[in-house]
Design a protein around this ligand. Structure first.
Ligand code: LHQ
Length: 255
């Protein structure tokens, strides 16, 4: 259900149920979470990319799959989707959501959850939950209003309106849009550029940014002061300063 490969420090995890637009069953969700944890502890991996095989990114819960039926909705979310989203956000390496096609329901949440969101021109996002009279889950109620504001988020959720790549870029739901034809290569090139950045500093940046999303300015200033010490004590910082003085590019990748 998940294809995994590493090239040049970039671990790409591909949702692989293309005939169902990569709709998620428990196997896919638990395998993806397990793969993220493996990527975390693999020293070769500096950046993780999550993408989909075929024309879809992820169509959300597989509505034909019964694997979650022995559980309540709450138990199902706590067993599969919530650990996945928490793992993405808690990972000490950057995670890129590479949205190659339609992202619907919990698939839209997955698309929104990356530290960086790269979209193909033909991709789209839809909060389809209300089509089946459910509420947005897997973090959508948290991610979407932070990007588009409360009322726009409510409207997108109420009508399951499709957001195109162009609109997503304008609305701050993605950072870059690449042509469909070269999407995979463009994502890999982007991810390799990210992999060349200082991994330890990015880990601390991810931590500081997430803490700041739910803190006061006072708390954020304290958090920055504490984490800056860890960054400042690192070999990466020494290398960055030396490289600046020597007027050369810093070498942040040692493996
Ligand atoms: C699918 C699916 C799918 C199965 C396309 N399942 N087969 C829910 C419940 C419990 C606990 C936890 O949380 C959740 C969270 C959720 O994610 S709820 C939302 C679940 N997802 C949906 O309701 C999306 C349903 N799909 C759609 O609305 C459309 O398929 C979209 C808008 C994604 C794409 O539309 P099209 O591009 O027109 O493609 P299609 O509809 O023709 O789909 C292609 C095939 O994929 C088709 O199969 P077929 O055999 O007819 O070719 C679909 O049945 C299948 N598929 N989504 N979620």
């Amino acid at each position: 259900v998940i294809l995994a490969a590493t090239h040049a420090g970039v671990r790409t995890l591909t949702l692989n149920r293309p005939e169902k637009l990569n709709a998620a069953n428990d196997d896919l969700l638990l395998t993806l979470t397990g793969e993220l944890r493996k990527a975390e502890s693999d020293p070769e991996v500096r950046v993780v990319v999550i993408t989909g095989a075929g024309r879809g990114f992820c169509a959300g819960q597989d509505l034909g799959d019964v694997s979650g039926r022995g559980m309540t909705f709450t138990e199902h979310l706590n067993h599969t989707y919530n650990p996945l989203i928490r793992t993405i956000r808690g990972l000490e390496k950057p995670v890129i959501s590479a949205v190659n096609g339609i992202a619907a329901g919990a698939g839209a949440s997955l698309a929104l959850s990356g530290d960086i969101r790269l979209w193909a021109q033909g991709a789209a996002l839809t909060q389809v939950f209300s089509n089946i009279a459910l509420i947005p889950d897997s973090g959508s109620t948290w991610f979407l209003p932070r990007a588009v504001g409360y009322q726009r988020a409510f409207e997108l959720m109420a009508f399951a309106e499709k957001v195109t790549a162009e609109d997503a870029l304008r609305a701050g739901l993605c950072e870059r849009v690449f042509p469909d034809d070269s999407f995979q290569a463009d994502v890999q090139a982007y991810a390799e550029r990210l992999a060349a950045r200082p991994a330890h500093a990015l880990k601390l940046t991810k931590q500081a940014l997430q803490a700041a999303l739910s803190s006061t300015l006072d708390e954020a200033l304290d958090q920055e002061a504490a984490l800056q010490q860890l960054a400042g004590d690192s070999w990466e910082h020494a290398e960055g300063v030396t490289a600046f003085k020597e007027k050369r590019a810093p070498a942040f990748r040692r493996q």
